[in-house]
Design a protein around this ligand. Sequence first.
Ligand SMILES: Cc1cc2nc3c(=O)[nH]c(=O)nc-3n(C[C@H](O)[C@H](O)[C@H](O)COP(=O)(O)OP(=O)(O)OC[C@H]3O[C@@H](n4cnc5c(N)ncnc54)[C@H](O)[C@@H]3O)c2cc1C
Ligand SMILES: NC(=O)c1ccc[n+]([C@@H]2O[C@H](COP(=O)([O-])OP(=O)(O)OC[C@H]3O[C@@H](n4cnc5c(N)ncnc54)[C@H](O)[C@@H]3O)[C@@H](O)[C@H]2O)c1
Length: 446
Amino acid sequence: MAETLHYDVAIIGAGPAGLAAAEDIVAAGKTVVLIEKYLWGGTCPNYGCDPKKILLAAVEAKEHVEFLSGDGVDGQVAINWESLMGRKMRFTEAIPEKTVHSLDANGIAHVYGAAHFINSDTVVVHGDEDVEVQATDWILTVGQRPAELDIPGAELTIDSETFLSLPAMPEDVVIIGGGYIAVEFASIAAAAGAQVHLVVRGSELLTGFDEAFVDTLLDQLDDRGIRVYFNTEVTEVAKTDDGLNATLSFGSTLPTKLVLRAVGRVGNNDTLALENAGVEDDIHGINVDEFLRTSNPHIYAAGDVANTSRPRITTVGYYEARYAASVILGHDEPITYPAVPVVVYGTPKLAAVGVPTQYAEADGYSVRDIDMTNWFTYYRTGEPAARAKVVLDANKKLVGATVLSAHADELINYFTEAINNKDGYQAIRDRLYAYPTPASDLEYFF
Ligand SMILES: Cc1cc2nc3c(=O)[nH]c(=O)nc-3n(C[C@H](O)[C@H](O)[C@H](O)COP(=O)(O)OP(=O)(O)OC[C@H]3O[C@@H](n4cnc5c(N)ncnc54)[C@H](O)[C@@H]3O)c2cc1C
Ligand SMILES: NC(=O)c1ccc[n+]([C@@H]2O[C@H](COP(=O)([O-])OP(=O)(O)OC[C@H]3O[C@@H](n4cnc5c(N)ncnc54)[C@H](O)[C@@H]3O)[C@@H](O)[C@H]2O)c1
């Protein structure tokens, strides 16, 4: 008979969402347990955002030299993948243990193993020994995993987690997909010296972003030697004597050393036996109401696995999980979201926030599309393309923006602040930002 542990709140999944909720609940004096089956810390720090951005740091360093090459800087720089990977590993290998230390320091109980419900208030956790956990309230933060491909040879492809631990960068890489991971990893692989073939099933890259900016990004990817194949599928992957062959739907074959599939992610809700707890889900994740409550009123879902139609990114995960914790602690207002900035960390970066810039004019907003390439900020660093589009409402308040630049990840945060503060030109002008920086450019967008 398995041991049974009892808590006020149990949280399944120790990624950014689960960890954030646990901290708030224990701080309010309730007992809480976190259950994790793989790496404490979840996707983002172990095999997502953070290791990706460590690799990107070397890409950025290389690009900044190249931007000024022959115009202030001489000589070539190259990415040393092996030593870069060592740097990444030193960071990621410490994450699970650091996470557990922090749980212990905060008085958060933890159980290691895969959980599934056996009734509406009990899970069995399959770890070294099976443990039963019972709780009054639950938060499900089990995240997503890479989607599989249904083609012959799919087992020869790798996913984003394996890519982020590649011991060597092969001379060529085929990437299947046209979303965040495809563009980000194509940028990294190309900068590290690989010939990248990006195979996109549909007719567009990065659906949902301003098409004009995606076109400029495509030109930049092209300049970096990345080949993009639209309306093309990889129909088969097969082993050869010295690598792989990827067969393309228009009939030709790409000999390659590596095929990365980046075709979306699917929720881990299917691991939880939710039917035993009366929790409804579908292919988009766990269904929740405007309190992030599932069809079982004592069970909440947050982060990537929650079907909230918000971007599946770390900040949204934290935000939703803290909100779910607050409802358990007595808060009774439906969830509202602030402006959510999203960034594709490519070369260059593409970022967006607020009212989508591509539809804003038709919706009656005024739109300014600004080529920033010759602005001092970008002239100084020699960036080949820097562009921003801002959306202003009838009161000339900023309500949306898209940015393409090596600094887009910073600039988009200033736009997000302006949107959340409902700032107009005067409010921006009355602030003093250090000059000359991307922030001190803000007044030029109004
Ligand atoms: C390659 C990549 C790059 C990314 N880059 C960015 C970025 O730059 N910026 C950004 O904001 N977002 C990024 N994301 C998205 C970000 O990682 C996720 O949005 C975030 O991790 C979601 O947090 P979460 O807590 O909801 O889920 P996760 O972090 O996925 O955590 C869920 C946890 O639940 C555990 N689990 C699953 N099932 C069970 C079970 N049955 N029992 C016990 N435990 C279980 C899993 O092992 C996992 O540890 C990236 C994602 C990927 C894959
Ligand atoms: N910078 C960031 O914030 C960041 C970075 C990486 C990942 N993420 C998160 O992780 C998610 C997953 O990233 P992703 O790039 O895998 O997904 P995505 O949803 O961004 O893109 C998936 C792509 O795969 C294509 N596709 C789907 N099925 C296919 C098939 N069978 N064959 C060929 N192409 C197919 C889609 O058309 C799309 O272009 C993102 O949506 C995002 O939520 C965020």
